[in-house]
Each structure stands twice: as C-alpha cells, then as structure tokens.
Design a protein around this ligand. Sequence first.
Ligand code: FAD
Ligand code: FES
Length: 397
Amino acid sequence: MESIARRLERRWNTLKTDLTWIGRDLRGQKRPPVVARRGPSRYPVATAPRPALRPRPLRVEAVVRETPDAVTLHLAEGDGTPLAFEAGQFLTFHVELDGQTLKRAYSLSSSPLDGPGATITVKRVEGGRVSNHLNDHAAPGDRLLALGPSGSFVAGAATELVMLAGGSGITPIASIAETLLRTRDDVRVHLLYGNRAEADVIFRDRLEALARSHANSSLALALEAPPAGWSGLTGRLDEAVLGPWLDRLEHDRLEPSVDRAYYVCGPEAMMDGARALLSARGVPPEAIFEERFRSPADAPASAELPAEAVTVRVRAAGRDTIVPVAPGQTLLEAGLAAGVPMPFSCAMGGCAACKCKLAEGEVVMDEPNCLTDRERADGWILACSSRPRGPVRLEVV
Ligand SMILES: Cc1cc2nc3c(=O)[nH]c(=O)nc-3n(C[C@H](O)[C@H](O)[C@H](O)COP(=O)(O)OP(=O)(O)OC[C@H]3O[C@@H](n4cnc5c(N)ncnc54)[C@H](O)[C@@H]3O)c2cc1C
Ligand code: FES
C-alpha cells in the first residue's frame, strides 16, 4: 500500500509539473502533445534491469562524393559481413558530437541486389550538425553506431509506381526503383526528380542508365535554376510542374486500371503539395506512400515531465509487468530494461514497430512521429517516443 506521505508527495510533484506548464503557456511556449487515457492509477513495483536498445557498430568501407553537398558512405556490419535490408528502409545512427548523442535516420540508397555494398547518401542541411559532420569528416575505416534497418516505405504489391523525389529524397526512391526494375518485368516505374541546380542532382548517371535500359520505366528531371539549353523540366516540384507531368504520364504511359501506387519523398512543402494534388486528382490515400525526413528533437522537453520515477504497467505476451520509468526515459527504454518483450526497430519515431495502446494515463510524445491522426485518436502511441506524465497502463498488441 502506498503511504499518505508518498501520495501527497506524488500529488505535489504533479502540481509542480502543471504549474510549470501553465508558466510556459503564459509565455507562449509550445509544448509537446500530451496523449491521455483515463482509469485507475496505482500499481505495485518489481523489475529486473537488463541492457537493451544498443546500436551496433557499422564499418565505413568507402566514401564517395556525389555532389558538392552530398556524400555516399559504403557500409558493412562491424564484422565485415554484408548489411541486409529491404529497398526503401533506413538506419538510425547514434552520432556523438560535442558530448551529445544525436540520433539521425538515413535511408539505404543502394539496391540490396548489390550485395555487400549497402550505402547511405547524406545531403548537407544548412546549419545541420550530423549531415555536415558526415559530409566533412566521414572516412574509410570509421565506425558508426546504428540501429535498424527499419521502416515500411518499401515496395508493395503495386505493378505501376509513380515516384516523386526532391533533393535527398531520392535515396529510398532510387533503391526501390532500381530493385524493382532489375527483378520484375511486370512492373512499370515512372520517376520525377527535382533539384535546385544541375550540380545538385544525386545519382544522375545511375538513374539515366536505369531508364535507358528498362523500357518499362521513365525518368524526368526538373531544375529550379537550369543551365542554358536545359532540355528537362523547369521549376520546383509544385502544381505547375507536377500537374502537367502527371497529365502527360496519364495520357502517354499509364496503364488503365492497374494496381498503381504513388511514392513521395522530399522536402516537406513538396510532399504536402504532392499529396494535395494527388488527392485532388482522385488518388485514394491508401495509394500514396510517403517517407518524411523530419527527425524528432534531440532532447526531451524535461519541463513537461515528472521529476521522479513513475510506475507503468505493461501488458505484453499475455503478461503484466510493473516497470519503473526514470525521469526522461522513454516507455520503450524502461520496458526493455525491465525485461518486457517490446518490439522496436528505429527507436526514433520513424517506423511504428513499437506502436502500442495507451490503456490508461498520460504520456508526452515526441514530434514528429509516424502515427496517423486516426491511430492517435484510437489511442495508439509509439513507445520509443513517449514518456509518461504519471502512472500509465500500456498494452503491447
Ligand atoms: C526516415 C528518415 C530517412 C532519412 N533519410 C535521409 C537520407 O537518406 N539522406 C539525408 O540526407 N537525410 C535523410 N534524413 C534526414 C536526416 O535524418 C537528418 O534530419 C538531416 O541529415 C539533418 O540532420 P542534421 O543533424 O544535419 O541537422 P540538424 O542539426 O538536426 O538540423 C539543423 C536545422 O535544419 C533543419 N532540418 C533538419 N532536417 C532537415 C531536412 N531534412 N531538410 C531541411 N531542413 C532540415 C532543422 O529543423 C534545423 O533547423 C532522413 C530522415 C528520416 C526521418
Ligand atoms: S521503434 Fe521505430 S517508431 Fe518506435
């Protein structure tokens, strides 16, 4: 039984947290969303700590400069064995910089058909810590810590793929397109790839060779600032460029009534515009597949969380376990440390492998994460991106 003093202390801690939030609200500061489920909130405690969630070392075998702003790293497992993955998946890297562990996802940019040569391709982001660090300092022989591969932005059953890529968004798209074209005669792939200038086009030779050697594919390049004599499309991948390209595709190339899917990866504005345009043209939401390159914040918003450990009841594989969650720990970190069999892959909100039901209590969940509005409304949370505000009951389904 919990003592009255302990209960009073817990209430006082909750009150302190609420006052902090009110202060932040009054100052106009944004806070992460709180997901809540109601119900009784007192549980007994027991635990058996054990290490988990450790990234493994990968070896950088070679470094190839693709463009002035993008570099490709050839990777192998730490023991030199090939890295197994499905086209379109990504790895989560834990990069130590200035005493901080920064988690960043990078899509595998090669085709898994190429055997030991698994690659990621990293494009500089202005002011970006990890992307610039890797562009400037990655060298053969380096060891990078990584989790994964993860993610469900992979080829499905569709036999016709319309692919839209912008900038570094070409990485998973090129991997999927190449893998499908090299393995399946029944699949058609049409790719529109946009960049600012000619020098920014990543994998140009590879994409053009693919289109030349596969009659069941087409490639269009668009540049915002084309050089004189440019024969491709001109402009950003907005409605003015996308609309006419889709019109031509529908008129000249697309097969009527086939299983068609749209794959989109690029800057946020381009992706939002593409989704709106495709929806307006009658493409159903389930035919649109997106990979968003946004990463969650590097540090949890600690002011929003209780200053003390809280207890969480986790139901997994038909068994309840009481798990203490230390301040700042995610539900996944705490559950795995207590020996609960909780699924996960990327551990950074990008793949939904850790999706579970919040049956009771409240959590603060990092943004962005890959849940749909519908899933949130139905009480799903991501254990890797959620920290409890108080006692919580969780169901690993
Ligand atoms: C599933 C997934 C796959 C990814 N695959 C790739 C990939 O194949 N190649 C690749 O280059 N990147 C990829 N990214 C993006 C990558 O994880 C990092 O977000 C990116 O490299 C920036 O990290 P940084 O540490 O350099 O920048 P940060 O230090 O995190 O950010 C610096 C500034 O840039 C902004 N910013 C962050 N990311 C972006 C972005 N992508 N575009 C524009 N502005 C940004 C931030 O808001 C901030 O203001 C992927 C992301 C996800 C979630
Ligand atoms: S493990 Fe990938 S979203 Fe949580």
